[in-house]
Write a protein that binds this ligand. Structure first.
Ligand code: NAD
Length: 339
């Protein structure tokens, strides 16, 4: 293969144009083709990117030997089949989240990509966010002490989707971030979901994830909230961190605070728990656009033949969590063990 990676983006609806823009701007890649069933989307892309081919025919993209890699930004129910076909054709594939709607499909994709020796990457974009990279560093270097718990809120008014419930649409972000920051995967999941708009799909969900070592994570997702909230709190026994992705200049706040037993026993000989207050630190963060970093990483993993940071295996793990959470939700919150 030449050094330039020729990429076809499939799906130019709401999210695809962001991928297209970033890929078109990469130094070691070319936006070779944009494929969509919608003729309007093709016309717009042909005007914006004159050297790029446009087609509604996915099979033709896969048959084109000049296309080295495909990026799938199509609706989630199409991911598994479209990714399978691409890998079978020998293309490297980046799939938007969620990797698939079934864990066994995701697992099959991972195995197929390994057999065909192509890169399979999932678009867990927050892993390329400098704030999340810092969170992982803080936790992995034990700066927070022993991790106790995590909670996350990803809320907004809309976008109310017709194809996926709020959990399948939004929680892949929280799940992928928490797995990455803790460098772990949960062993047990329970979830409640509510269909408040009277449709078939849950609009609000509360998911509890239990990680090895007793670390618990709670994830609240909703598209029925007055405003945009993307906030995560990581609580250790020494320090606590709040990650507010909506904040302009204080996305990470590190609180040197905690709760600990008093040094001396009280009148009854008991050690009471006392709070410890301390400074708040607001570190400076890199301003690279996470989606650009994600697209650049895909290209580099192809050029180097290396496993992407957000691999098919990571995508599989998140789908497995979503599937287990859905199973729990369908059983009114009964916990589901993950192997
Ligand atoms: N990472 C993020 O923050 C983020 C944000 C939004 C969406 N997404 C993901 O991106 C994906 C797409 O979501 P969206 O909101 O853009 O959906 P969308 O429905 O707006 O766009 C999907 C596009 O795919 C096209 N399409 C459908 N079938 C096709 C086919 N067989 N061949 C070619 N084109 C086809 C449609 O015409 C449409 O233009 C989903 O997986 C979603 O979860 C990710």
């Amino acid at each position: 293969m030449t050094d330039l990676v020729n990429i076809a983006v499939i799906g130019s609806g709401y999210w695809g144009p962001n991928l297209i823009r970033n890929i078109a701007g990469l130094p070691n890649a070319a936006l070779h083709t944009v494929c969509d069933l919608n003729p309007k989307a093709l016309t717009q892309n042909a005007q914006r990117y004159p050297g790029t081919r446009t087609t509604p025919d996915y099979a033709a993209v896969l048959a084109d030997p000049d296309v080295h890699a495909v990026v799938l930004a199509t609706p989630a129910h199409l991911h598994a089949e479209m990714a399978r076909a691409a890998i079978e054709s020998g293309k490297h594939v980046m799939v938007e989240k969620p990797l698939s709607l079934r864990a066994d499909d995701a697992q099959a994709l991972v195995a197929l990509a390994a057999a065909k020796n192509v890169r399979l990457m999932v678009g867990h974009v927050f892993i390329y966010n400098p704030a999340v990279v810092m969170l992982r560093k803080l936790v992995q270097q034990d700066d927070l002490g022993k991790m106790l718990y995590v909670y996350s809120a990803r809320l907004n008014l809309g976008i109310v989707r017709d194809d996926l419930n709020a959990m399948w649409n939004l929680a892949p972000h929280d799940f992928s971030i928490i797995n990455y920051v803790l460098d772990s995967a949960p062993v047990r999941v329970s979830a409640r979901g509510f269909r408040l708009l009277g449709r078939k799909l849950e609009d609000v969900a509360f998911v509890t994830l239990e990680y090895p070592g007793g670390v618990v994570a709670h994830v609240h997702v909703s598209w029925l909230d007055p405003g945009k909230v993307r906030r995560m709190t990581f609580v250790g026994d020494q320090k606590m961190v709040v990650y507010d992705d909506v904040s302009q200049d204080e996305r990470i706040r590190i609180y040197d605070r905690g709760v600990m037993p008093d040094k001396l026993p009280d009148a009854y000989g008991e050690f009471r728990m006392i709070t410890r207050g301390g400074d708040v630190q607001i570190p400076r963060l890199d301003t690279t656009e996470p989606l650009r970093a994600e697209c650049a990483h895909f290209v580099e993993s192809i050029r180097n033949g290396s496993m992407p940071l957000t691999s098919g295996q990571d995508g599989y793990r998140v789908v497995q969590m979503l599937e287990a959470a859905q199973q729990s939700m369908n059983a009114d919150g009964a916990p589901v063990d993950l192997a």
